[in-house]
Ligand binder design. Sequence first.
Ligand SMILES: *Cc1c(COP(=O)(O)O)cnc(C)c1O
Length: 228
Amino acid sequence: MNSRAQEIAAALANVEDRVTKAAASADRKRSDLTLIAVTKTYPASDVQILADLGVSNFGENRSDEGSEKSEAIAATWHFQGQVQGRKLKDIASWASYIHSINSVDHITKLSRICSEKNRKISIFLQFSLDGAPDRGGVHADQLGQLADQVAVDPNLDLAGLMCVPPVEYAFDRAFSEIAKVHSAFKMSFPDAVGLSAGMSSDFEVAIAHGATHLRVGSEILGSRAYHP
Ligand SMILES: *Cc1c(COP(=O)(O)O)cnc(C)c1O
């Protein structure tokens, strides 16, 4: 192992250990959690190192980067960046999961793309706790309308919800509000139980509050030079 591989292996083992402990203290099974390594800005060689260490889920924020790396490394690829309608077709060519769907138009467009390509894509609907549109998610009140549209669409799978807490919220407050929205959502959409929440700074709190898909970047790969 070269030194970068050793560094990544140690960081991954540390995250994995914390995930396991957080799951145990929340009385949840590790196997019910998916750890997505967010590899944005990091080279394909780092993705390869993680794949060799057994990581099978990767997340990217930009379609060109995701496309390039997914061509080099076969895995389950996730897109969690801000969606632009004109990029949906590109994103759909490599991502199996899109975590950041927040509009009727994007759902309609994605459905058409999936039908043309004869493939299914899984969707997380992104909401924001304060409803601020610049955070990329809809207000929780609008989730039902979007979910109804996805649920009846034969080309799309409704995986669940995604949320990035506002920076000014304390983690506990943010995640208890997220958990409330998630429980109410699951009553209406019992087949869409996923909750994509939890990043490097808060994945343990997220696990305690029911997150199923953790999107962790810098705790595994180190702090990024820039944040797309
Ligand atoms: C970058 C990013 C992550 C990973 O963030 P870290 O703090 O590096 O773990 C997760 N989710 C989204 C939406 C991101 O943009």
